[in-house]
Design a protein around this ligand. Structure first.
Ligand code: KG4
Ligand code: ZN
Length: 338
């Protein structure tokens, strides 16, 4: 039995969780409203907010789980990729605490944590988990990848974006329409009453299982710019349709390659992860694909779609089982390849 404290601070959410093995006892997240007025995450402000939040968030996670620091067996933290100033807060805090308690630490890769979130369990209930190898469509603000997950830390990248990420594309479309940051949840909500066929957008044509979203983004920008030249109220009058069109174009593109990957690799356990996996159209379309292609689908609960420490704790627990601990001189890294 392992009681693990997990810490996530890679971007603009400060989060702490307590896990008993794979079971989540608590998962606290402090978001940062300060970035809304800038239309995107301001790294300097993010690290300052992490500094303010980290102690209260860890304290709340421990209290909610009914666990004392001296009960902890290990500490897991996000080592990267992410913003350096943000990561430094969580990594330094975790290292100091592990050193003070004399317990081992596990440095977790943020993307691996998103992928492994499907193994998290809640107290008193066991749910089905994917069987290896499974496919995971990882879609967030910074990443868009199709991964073949052969084991907890054995991934094969089958496809990746060659330019913008799916979440980034949606956020940029929201910015073009003057909608608040992050645009994903807003577009999701507004698109519900819009017509996804109202406007034509350029469809990416990229070979293999890779993605490209920059052409779609430019096509959306030109569409809005050209119509605005004729009608200054174009955005306000067509907001729902514009949201439905960009959302549909992104989701169609994501699914097209995911279906190909599943066919080529003959895999029927299909998972999604990352912030964009909260999108209601993506979720319903994945379930529809499940019925059509006989997939067993795994959609993370909403609280585990965007950044959270529970998923870091899950990856940390897999490392604990492998005794894959990290030394005290571990430093954060900003990019996936380090
Ligand atoms: O995984 P995440 O919290 O942070 C990164 O690691 O990037 O993902 C954030 C991204 C943002 O682009 C946000 O707009 C998007 O996830 N997002 C959504 C929805 N909720 C969050 N995109 C579409 N629909 C949503 N409901
Ligand atoms: Zn993330």
């Amino acid at each position: 039995m392992a009681l693990i404290l997990a810490i996530e601070s890679s971007c603009d959410d400060t989060s702490a969780a307590v896990l008993e093995n794979d079971c989540v006892l608590s998962n606290m997240i402090a978001g940062q409203k300060v970035h809304e007025m800038y239309g995107g995450v301001v790294p300097e402000l993010a690290s300052r907010a992490h500094q303010e939040n980290i102690v209260p968030v860890v304290d709340a996670a421990l209290r909610s789980a009914g666990v004392k620091t001296t009960d902890l067996d290990a500490i897991a933290f996000t080592g990267g990729p992410g913003l350096l100033g943000s990561l430094l807060v969580g990594v330094s805090f975790a290292k100091s605490m592990a050193w003070a308690l004399g317990c081992p630490m596990m440095a977790v890769n943020h993307l691996e944590a998103h992928v492994l979130a499907h193994f998290l369990q809640q107290p008193g209930q066991r749910k089905e988990v994917p069987a290896f190898p499974y496919l995971c469509l990882l879609v967030s603000g910074g990443h868009t990848q199709i991964l073949k997950v052969c084991g907890p830390f054995q991934f094969e990248t089958l496809g990746t974006t060659i330019d913008d990420a799916a979440g980034e594309t949606i956020d940029k479309a929201a910015k073009i329409m003057g909608l608040p940051y992050p645009g994903g949840p807003v577009i999701d909500r507004l698109a519900k009453t819009g017509n996804p066929k109202a406007f034509r957008l350029a469809k990416p044509r990229i070979p293999d299982l890779n993605y490209s979203f920059s052409g779609l983004k430019t096509s959306f920008l030109y569409l809005v710019r050209d119509h605005l030249a004729e009608n200054p109220d174009f955005i306000a009058e067509n907001q729902a349709d514009l949201c439905a069109c960009i959302q549909q174009a992104v989701i169609d593109t994501l699914l097209d390659k995911l279906i190909k990957a599943a066919e080529q690799h003959r895999i029927k356990d299909i998972a999604i992860g990352g912030g964009v996996s909260a999108n209601s159209l993506l979720r319903s379309r994945i379930e529809a694909c499940g019925r059509e292609y006989g997939w067993r689908t795994f959609l993370p609960p909403f609280s585990y779609t965007t950044d959270n420490a529970a998923m870091v704790g899950m990856a940390g627990y897999f490392k604990w089982l492998q005794k894959d601990f990290c030394p005290l001189d571990t430093v954060p890294y900003t990019r996936q390849g380090r």
